[in-house]
Design a protein around this ligand. Structure first.
Ligand code: DUC
Ligand code: ZN
Ligand code: ZN
Length: 476
């Protein structure tokens, strides 16, 4: 029997497949034994606790240049400390190509931002904004080989968006080279047209953000994204789905047997468009895209989490401070909603909110919780089983939860560098107490104990879920 560095004893161990009672033996940063009565150099008693794979937040923005004068509040240190304190042990933020520049330049820049700062392991998705021959024919294939096996495509935002022809080109590369394409699905022209109409009526206060991007705008783009993927015969993942209109399109495609995956986020379960009507400029705190909808939409999103329509639950943490001339108020309080930086913080509250309202209220079980927040992101982005499970050989990225701990979410208890949380005052039951990253205890009693820069870059494999179905004649 190999000597064990550390044993987590007496816990209830939950993975996406099973809930079992066993000890976990860790050596060299990896799980090397699951068994009874294991003994190690040091031990953690997890009696009465739930032991789960650390969360994987596969959609968040850290230290990402924006180009409009705003600056993200979290860098790779504060963002990953906050992630870890919320039970997350891997993050996959975005390296965003600037139009006219190479993707390699973005990747190099992003590595420099992460190195020496990240406290947990990280991979990168690419954001492709410029589909030149060089990008499609050389850069992307080389980057996919180097472990950047997923990329996000925007159908809106002037600085980022691609037209259908460009999207078809990129989807063809994803198909040929085995990458996962993530799609931000909102119709850009509809948003521009509606924004003009609102402007003409003088309706530019923060809450009109929701009226400028109604559900039909998301539904149309979701259907179009699915159709483009069908044409190319390639799997796609629709990110940050906000309500029933887009869900219906996704369900339709899934029922037809297309590999269409979907992600949703806490803001679509816990916020509504009414939150953007808060007094004065306060509504700006909840501006994100797509916007939160209504109570009934929240129920539809819950149903999608319960019935398997969604595979991934991530935060879309996009951290802008409120009282800050580089944040939500960068142009003052009288500004047009269209100039307010989009995004809400949520990397630390993602898991406790879903655990409390989902598992605690019986909407999803523990295995589904792990699946949505850790195992599936690992599978879909090519990190499984190194990450996303507790199995012999996997990295010892583990969160030990006290399922009975009651916490009132306030910004004061969070570790991000944002000066507010949209979830202020929500009471949750269940919180990750102890968090291990590659066998090292980095969060103890809810407080961070790790070192800046200890996080490693992860090369992603070509994900199995990105494999085409070979349903149509090849067009690539
Ligand atoms: N929407 C995005 O697409 N990204 C970041 C924040 C947001 O609201
Ligand atoms: Zn997006
Ligand atoms: Zn995002």
């Amino acid at each position: 029997m190999q000597k064990l560095d550390l044993v987590i004893k007496n816990g209830t161990v939950a993975t996406s497949a099973d809930i079992i009672s066993c000890d976990i033996g860790i050596t060299g940063g990896r799980v090397i034994a699951l068994g009874e009565n294991l003994e190690g150099e040091s031990e953690i008693d997890a009696s009465g606790k739930i032991v789960m794979p650390g969360g994987i937040d596969s959609h968040l923005h850290l230290d990402q240049p924006t180009g409009d004068g705003s600056v993200m509040a979290d860098d790779f240190y504060t963002g990953t400390v906050s992630a870890a304190c919320g039970g997350t042990t891997t993050v996959i933020p975005f390296a965003c190509q600037q139009k006219g520049d190479t993707i390699r330049a973005a990747v190099t820049d992003y590595h420099a931002r992460a190195e020496g700062k990240a406290v947990i392991d990280y991979a990168f998705h690419l954001i492709v904004t410029d589909t030149t021959e060089q990008v499609l024919g050389h850069e992307l294939p080389a980057l996919i080989k180097d472990g950047y096996t997923s990329f996000k495509i925007y159908m809106t935002y002037d600085a980022l968006k691609l037209n259908d022809h460009q999207i078809l080109d990129i989807l063809s590369v994803a198909r040929r080279d085995g990458a996962m394409a993530m799609i931000h699905a909102e119709n850009s022209d509809c948003i521009a047209w509606l924004t003009e109409k609102l402007e003409q009526a003088g309706d530019t206060a923060p809450h009109f953000h929701a009226a400028s991007r109604p559900p039909v705008v998301e539904r149309e783009a979701t259907h179009r994204a699915i159709s483009l993927a069908e044409l190319v015969d390639v799997p796609v993942l629709i990110v940050h789905v906000s309500g029933p209109e887009a869900i219906e399109q996704i369900r339709w495609a899934q029922n037809k047997g297309f590999s269409v995956y979907a992600e949703t986020c806490p803001q679509y379960l816990f916020l509504t468009a009414e939150d953007m009507e808060r007094d004065g400029f306060e509504g700006a705190k909840c501006i994100c895209s797509p916007p939160p909808r209504d109570k009934s939409s929240q129920e539809d999103v819950w149903r999608g989490l319960e019935n398997g329509t969604f595979q991934v639950f991530s935060s879309d943490h996009a951290p802008f401070r409120y009282e800050d001339d580089k944040g939500k108020k960068m142009l003052g309080e009288d500004t047009h909603f269209k100039y307010i930086p989009n995004g809400v913080p949520g990397v630390e509250t993602r898991l406790p909110l879903l655990f409390s309202e989902g598992v605690g209220k019986g909407r999803i079980d523990l295995c589904r919780f792990v699946e949505l927040t850790s195992a599936n992101p690992a599978r879909i982005y090519g990190l499984y089983p190194r990450k996303g499970t507790i199995a012999v050989g996997s990295d010892a990225d583990i969160a030990i939860w006290d399922p009975d701990k009651e916490v009132e979410i306030t910004n004061e208890i969070l570790h991000h560098n944002v000066d507010y949380t949209p979830y202020e005052g929500i009471r949750v039951r269940g919180w990750p107490e102890t968090v291990l990253s590659r066998g090292e205890v980095i969060v103890k009693g809810g407080e961070f104990h790790g070192k800046a820069g200890r996080g490693n870059f992860l090369k992603c494999e070509s994900p199995l879920p990105a494999k085409p179905k070979y349903r149509v004649a090849r067009r690539t």
